[in-house]
Design a protein around this ligand. Sequence first.
Ligand code: ATP
Ligand code: MG
Length: 307
Amino acid sequence: MSTSPTVRKGSIFKEHLIMKHDALIVTPGKKIRLKDFDPGSTGKYQSKDEAREKLEADTSRLAEYQDVLYAQNTYALLIIFQAMDAAGKDGTIKHVMSGVNPQGTQVFSFKAPSAEELDHDYLWRYHKAVPERGRIGIFNRSYYEELLVVRVHPEFLHTQQLPPETLTKDIWKRRFSEINDFERYLVHNGVEVLKFFLNVSREEQRRRFLARLNTPEKNWKFSANDVKERACWDDYHQAFENVFSHTSTKWAPWYVIPADHKWFTHIAVADIIISKLKSLHLKYPTVDKDRMQELEKAKQLLEQESQ
Ligand code: ATP
Ligand code: MG
């Protein structure tokens, strides 16, 4: 499968982005292998400098869309990021969302669940964090961890206090379909869902870990657990492939984003978010006759004051 986005002239994407999303999307129902996706791809872009202008333009466009999203107060956008460690989730969130009004966005980072969270069904803590209408909500890790870290380390499953009769081999299959249903429910209620997997290569992860160890200002980012998890690389990739094959749906598709070049990750993600917002045909609310008269009255009062 080719992973290089190409120029798509005359498409709805023309004005802002010029790359083919089809190359990054996981076709619903299709079994995929991550080795067929190139983490080093940069599409039609040769360099960071070339991409800078596009990211700047996209950042301000995103701010414009977010303003209408907020004003219309009908849709919300949930953006999910999943990845191996050091793939650049934090930096992508920082760069892509840098221009938007903080009042209209929310970021939740999900770590290992607390005792209170473990006392609830597994979707509880995530459902509570779903963005309100008019907002963009970001999940830095998400309920997909329930099919990733929990699958790679089944001992986590045993801390979840589940009834023993539910701990059967088909638990993952059940979770796939529960999550698909949950996302369909969200979409039916106005919450659009975008899911990004930042696809970093094993070698690039090694380089980034070494940079964290060798640079004093980056030391804090390194955790001994990161190396332990790296040792499970193949198990994680297998779990990811399973997730993509079962939970990329028409209503909430997965995008596999090349992540060896951070600048490309940023423009690709920004681009897809903008296309999604554009597809919603957002509109500022219009003012009815009564309200218009009210505004007119207020205007007259204010104008009289200055005379
Ligand atoms: P960074 O990129 O800065 O390291 P991070 O997202 O990796 O950020 P950490 O605090 O390093 O944040 O790690 C969070 C940890 O929580 C991960 O190892 C993840 O697998 C784990 N985690 C998240 N959700 C669950 C869950 N449902 N059950 C068990 N562990 C979880
Ligand atoms: Mg980490």
